[in-house]
Design a protein around this ligand. Structure first.
Ligand code: MV4
Length: 496
């Protein structure tokens, strides 16, 4: 291994994940942290840690010059960006290279090429990869948008040319809505990405989101690691991801994989990347965009392929050749990830920062908890709300779902509200179990969720009263085991 010391330009669970991979490979680690993250887990786990600025990310985790300066001063020879923050910032990758640091990610040119979604669509088309029907150039005027939308047929999507992940996206059902939507989309794109350019696509009805993991080394070898199903999203935030997709057959997987590899190759891609597709109800797929980073949901691919993606990223960055040919990549069983966010799904999904007073983390066979928190830790309000990811593996999808339900049932987080109740509800849902997934899935499920927490609060109050009483007056030992101790704990029940 050519690398010796790696700076992790991130925080939370992904910083911890990268530190673990570094330690597995014998690499020293350098953490950076904002003033809000002095007590964060990644700071405690790294070999060294340096403060880089005040809590707002623009002054800390997004401050390219400060991070590069710390990396040099600490004697790091590489920088891992994690996801989010600077992970898809070509200027950061360039600043690392100029400072003599290895950026553990793709070449800046590949980041730029894929950051332009219109250019990426043209590239896919030139390779014969299906794209959603749409414009091959940005549209600026109302007249051009009207003409394009008429040709494509309504409904259409207006998307930011430099967007992605649904930011700056507008669905337009009728021509009357087009002009206003175009103005809004251009305004949003301008303020979010510094470029108001937008393009049009025909909108697919209730599509599914399927993405293919690729690995490319610096010697021209590119392999894919199968697909992930990511259709369970709320406002473009994924809640549940799985590998493989229950709706992709081996022949489609091979075609998806070949398309993803062709795009990565043509973009001169190196390192780990993800090629996103939309799939319609008939199983046809369309290239959407390429994410030039490690993704939050990478662990499901790891559990099904047996490949440590972060270790692979570090080896690729060190110049090592990939040790696998495509036929060496075998998918085994099924994996599911649930994102555990400090949000209150019963109060409009409001962020729920605060101190974690008690924490019990699930474990056991084939259960993995990728977490950035600990008991006593205070979740700051400055960053995204992801606390941990719970990932399980099973020999098949049903077994993985059962195991996830079991593991979620073990999770206890006291002090902050979390998304766990919704995740439990999804695991119990017949539609989810049958693989009836689309982007509309949560819209159907969530309305049925209302009302439950009030009942929980009353159950909790009764339990607390009994516990307080029993501390003063310990109950006699029962003659036989109490039936209340068996089966599913009643506070986990849903409905009336
Ligand atoms: C679409 C679409 C329908 N038609 N494009 C959302 C995330 C971004 N990467 C692309 N997205 C979509 N693009 C066309 N032409 C519907 C979505 C979409 C979506 C896609 C995957 C998963 C969840 C979604 C939720 C809303 C919209």
């Amino acid at each position: 291994m050519k690398l010796g010391k790696v700076l992790i330009a991130n925080r939370g669970e992904i910083a911890v994940r990268v530190i673990r991979a570094c330690r597995d490979l014998g690499l020293a680690t350098v953490a950076v942290y904002s003033e809000a993250d002095r007590a964060a887990l990644h700071v405690q786990m790294a070999d060294e840690a340096y403060a880089i600025g005040p809590p707002p990310a623009t002054e800390s985790y997004l401050a390219i010059d400060r991070i590069v300066r710390v990396a040099k001063a600490a004697g790091a020879d590489a920088v891992h960006p994690g996801y989010g923050f600077l992970a898809e910032n070509a200027a950061f990758a360039e600043a690392c290279a100029e400072a003599g640091l290895i950026f553990v990610g793709p070449p800046p040119a590949a980041i730029r090429a894929m950051g332009d979604k219109v250019a990426a669509r043209r590239l896919a088309r030139s390779l014969g990869v299906p794209t959603v029907p749409g414009t091959l150039e940005p549209v600026t005027t109302e007249e051009a948008a009207r003409a394009a939308a008429r040709e494509l047929g309504y409904p259409v999507m207006i998307k930011a040319a430099l967007g992605g992940g649904g930011k700056g996206m507008r669905l337009v059902r009728r021509e009357e809505e087009l002009a206003a939507a175009l103005r809004m989309a251009r305004g949003e794109a301008g303020s979010a990405f510094g470029d108001p350019s937008v393009y049009l696509e025909r909108a697919l009805e209730e599509p599914r989101h399927v993405e293919v993991q690729v690995l490319a080394d610096a010697h021209g070898r590119v392999v894919h690691l199968g697909e992930r199903e990511c259709s369970i999203q709320r406002r473009h935030q994924k809640l549940v991801e799985e590998c493989p997709s229950p709706l992709v057959d081996p022949a489609t997987r091979a075609r998806l994989g070949e398309a993803a590899v062709a795009i990565a190759r043509a973009a001169g891609y190196v390192n780990a990347g993800t090629v996103e597709f939309l799939m319609d109800a008939t199983g046809r797929f369309y290239f959407l965009e390429m994410n030039t980073r490690l993704q939050v949901e990478h662990p499901v691919t790891e559990l099904v392929t047996g490949i440590d993606l972060v270790a692979a990223q570090l080896r690729i960055a060190a110049g090592e050749p990939l040790p696998w040919r495509q036929e060496d990549i075998v998918l085994r069983g099924a994996a599911i990830e649930c994102r555990i966010n400090a949000e209150d799904p019963f109060a409009g999904w409001l962020p729920s920062p605060g101190t974690i007073r008690a924490l019990r983390v699930p474990a056991g066979p084939w259960v993995r908890d990728d977490s950035g928190v600990y008991a006593g830790y205070t979740v700051p309000r400055f960053y995204d709300t992801l606390l941990a990811k719970l990932i399980v593996w099973g020999p098949d999808r049903t077994a993985a779902i059962e195991r996830m339900a079991r593991a979620l049932g073990e999770y206890r987080i006291v002090g902050v509200r979390t998304t766990i109740p919704v995740l439990e509800r999804i695991m119990a849902d017949p539609d989810f179990r049958a693989g009836r997934l689309s982007t509309a899935y949560l819209d159907r499920l969530l309305p049925r969720l209302a009302g439950a927490p009030g009942r929980h609060a009353r159950v909790a109050a009764v339990a607390a009263a009994i516990a307080a009483y029993e501390r003063v007056q310990p109950p006699p030992a029962p003659a036989r085991p109490s039936p209340w101790r068996w089966g599913r704990p009643p506070w986990r029940a849903w409905g009336a």
